[in-house]
Structure formats: C-alpha cells, structure tokens
Design a protein around this ligand. Structure first.
Ligand SMILES: C[S@@+](CC[C@H](N)C(=O)[O-])C[C@H]1O[C@@H](n2cnc3c(N)ncnc32)[C@H](O)[C@@H]1O
Length: 300
C-alpha cells in the first residue's frame, strides 16, 4: 500500500524506533520560528496516553465514518506533531504517512512505539514527498492556521488526495458563533499571546505553565462545578468549557500551544467552507459542536 517517495531525502535519521527521511522544508509558505517552537512543544508534551487520545478522538473525529477511512485507506497526517492523531488513525486506516517539518517527528516516533502501519517523514506542506492524487484520505489537524497562507496550504494538501478521497481539517474559529463578552475576553487573551509568544523558549514554557495553573485550571474547575450542580447550560457557555474533561497535562500543553505560538489565523464557518471549496472539495461537513471548526470534504 505504501508508495515510494517522489523525491530523494536530504538525510535519513535513525530515530529510536524507525528511520525518518528528512526532506527540505524550504519554501515561502512556512514560518520557521513557529515550526521550531512546535518542535520544542511536542518534545515537552509527548506522553499522551491512549485514554487522553480517546477523549479527544470522540470530539474531533465524530464527523468521519468508514466510507471515508477504513482498513483499505492509504492516509497522510500533515503536520502530525507528536503523532497523537496518527496513532488513532493507525487503528482505522491501512497505512499512514505522517509528516511534520519540526523535531516533533522524534516525539511522534516515541509515541507511535511499535506501530508498523505508519511511516514518519520530516517535510512541510509545500514539500510533501508524494505525487499528487496519492492518498485516499488526508488530514491536517490544527496546522493550517499556523501557516502564512492557509488557503494555499490547504490546496497543497488536497492536491495529494485522489479524486473521491477525503480531506479532514481542524482550523481555529474566529468566534463567529460567540457573543460580545466572549469576543472581548478573546481579544485580551490574544494580547497576552502576542507578548508571551515572543519570549525566549525557556521563559515562555514557564509562563505558559503558570497560565495553565492560574487561568485554565480555575476556569475549568468552575465549569466542572456548574456541571456538577446541574447548571450545564451555563457551564457549556463558559470559556474553556471544552477542557472540562481534560487533565492538567492537557491544560499545560494547550496553554503552550495557544500562548506560545506567534502565528495563528482564525476563520468563520463560511470561510472554512469557502477555502475547502476553492481547494476542490464538495460534500463538506462542518461540526456543529466544539471544537470549532472541524470539517471534512470529498475531493471532486
Ligand atoms: C498545533 S500543532 C498540531 C499537531 C498535531 N496535528 C496535533 O493536532 O496534535 C501544529 C503542527 O503543524 C506543524 N507545521 C507548522 N508549519 C507547517 C508547515 N508549513 N507544513 C507542515 N506542518 C507544519 C508544526 O510543526 C506542528 O507540529
């Protein structure tokens, strides 16, 4: 099922469990400082348990079914990070190519352990080392909004999908479905992000751990309290409510993910659909519950 690379790797690195082919990540549609920060992030937060992955899977991948991914599927995970979703996909698909331009591929090598139906490569969305129309299914989860030109990046991913195949993505939403107070709170948090993300890596990691402890954790405990006393509707509307069932490890990881990243872009539901259509998809489904926006479409 596995195809040959369509270019020669610059290097093959022997990681702990597998060989990792390294391809150039040069290009115009990549922010190298963002990629380096993600490499650091995933090497710090690589110990995802199967239980934690399962909780996320139910929320993120509920819009997929076995006509889109099954044991005959040749898939690619673009911007795999620590490989937590690649691990899930390895239980659903036949074979998965997982690529990331950062040192996160070494974290993924650890997390994926002895799984044999995955190959890891170091490459970016512009240098995906496979021919166009190779894959039955491609996904890019939380990646394209960290790339300067998201539309172009999405188009580059979808080029690699066969006609009739599927592309799944998760993109940050621009709070188009939220009220004024929520948006205001977001603007304040975005100012903090702009300051924190430009700090030196070590200080940034400490500050994000502090933010997880003093902002995320108390807010999540408050959400849990509202659920506990039966006021679910209020709890569900509060900021950070999707974290109500997540561990402190996840809160720390996501605080760094959110506040440690210089480049993030946000999209409305309509913009997500528009970009997917522009890139050649139809039959588009966008989830109606958090996390916003997860979407899948079929290549036409
Ligand atoms: C927020 S992480 C998401 C990782 C993984 N998909 C997940 O959800 O756990 C974003 C990932 O995108 C990768 N990335 C950033 N720029 C990229 C590019 N130009 N091409 C491919 N991946 C990129 C980063 O290295 C990082 O691992």
């Amino acid at each position: 099922m596995k195809n040959n690379y369509n270019k020669i790797p610059e290097q093959i690195i022997k990681s702990k469990r597998r060989d990792i082919a390294v391809f150039s990540t040069e290009g115009t549609n990549i922010d190298h400082s963002v990629v380096e920060a993600f490499g650091d992030e995933w090497l710090k937060f690589q110990n995802y348990t199967d239980e934690t992955i399962d909780i996320f899977v139910k929320e993120y991948f509920d819009i997929l079914d076995d006509t889109m991914v099954n044991k005959n599927t040749y898939a690619i995970d673009i911007g795999c990070g620590t490989g937590r979703w690649t691990k899930y996909l390895s239980t659903q698909a036949g074979f998965i190519e997982a690529i990331d331009p950062s040192n996160a591929v070494f974290a993924a090598d650890n997390l994926l352990g002895d799984i044999t139906n995955v190959r890891l490569s170091k490459a970016s969305v512009e240098t995906i080392p496979f021919d166009d129309e190779t894959f039955d299914f491609a996904m890019s989860v939380g990646v394209l909004h960290h790339i300067p030109n998201t539309q172009q990046a999405m188009t580059d991913c979808i080029k690699k999908v066969k006609k009739g195949g599927y592309f799944y993505c998760y993109l940050y939403y621009n709070l188009d479905n939220r009220g004024f107070a929520f948006k205001l709170l977001f603007k304040a948090s975005d100012l903090i992000r702009k300051m924190v993300s430009s700090l030196p890596a070590k200080i940034k990691k400490v500050i994000c751990d502090i933010l997880a402890a003093v902002i995320y954790l108390p807010m999540v405990l408050l959400v849990r309290f509202f659920y506990f006393i039966g006021l679910k509707k209020i709890g569900a509307k509060m900021p950070l409510s999707p974290y109500k069932n997540k561990s402190f490890f996840v809160l720390r990881n996501d605080a760094l993910d959110r506040f440690g990243t210089k480049l993030e872009q946000r999209f409305s539901r309509e913009e997500v659909i528009e970009m997917m259509k522009n890139a050649g998809l139809d039959n588009i489904i966008v989830g109606h519950t958090a996390p916003f926006y997860r979407a899948v479409g079929r290549k036409n």
